[in-house]
Design a protein around this ligand. Sequence first.
Ligand code: MN
Length: 326
Amino acid sequence: MPELVQQLPDGPIDFIGDVHGELDALQRVLTHLGYRSDGSHAEGRHLVFLGDLVDRGPDSPAVALLVRQLVINRHASCILGNHEMNVLLGKHRTYNRWLGHREGISGPLEQAPQRMATDSERVKILDFFRTLPVVLEHDELRVVHACWDARAVEVLRRAGPDADVVSCLRVADDALRRATVVGASDPCAKANLNPIRRLLCGPEIPAFEGASRSTVRTPWWQTDHGDQRTCVFGHYCRVFLGEGPAAEIERREHPFGGMKRRWTWASERTICVDFGISRRWSERLSGQDPALFQTRLAAFRWPETVLVDDLGHEIQPGTADAGFSL
Ligand SMILES: [Mn+2]
């Protein structure tokens, strides 16, 4: 079992946001960043994957196994995302049918091709996911999939070297279920108070009237005070939103919805490196010209603090309050 909070290596790092089974985009980003096929880099750079390697895209097994090999070769680290956690919890969803089950919620994603994992791939991938930490840090950086929360990180730190993330999550869920005063009255209690769910999924509040779901994500980074280190995270799917009523609802529900530009820091010291490739399956399915795809996979380079996307664009992220649209 891994320690749930681990040290980042010193030296230059490239953080890769949520990949969601998009093997082709991942290979392009790695090439643009200068990585060789074995994951080594001429300048000794290290890769850090921010979780959500799998689900929705065309080849989740290949992405998970590629990252596993990079970690084995000691060229990369990877933290858990909520999608890896769902796989470890045995949750069957339409988006993770690549694991070999057929149940799930039906919808357009049913039409998107997903390569199925073989039996031996499935075993390797599950074993790999069980080794992943939840948090990485050193003196200058803190890294988590969705939300930095000092108290939740402290709980994980105290879990010790033999902690099992699935048991930790279930123990906290059970404790919350017994605390009915909180659990019965607050639909967000599990997400907000289970330390692992908080770090992997981020805090939520009850939704406003007319929202598409009962709870919505909140921009925790706006109140992220007290830790001077730069925080790198993923999870929040910063896609360009179109026009019309559906996009308007989504803009109101999206924690970045109030921000005017997509390629920005989330706040002075926090940056979200998920630029929406979890939705590329939908762009592909719509039959539009790939040259017009709006979703991107991106890397955040440290200490340079530039972003590099899967088209090879190098982007200097703007300040949090600048510009236009997600
Ligand atoms: Mn996520």
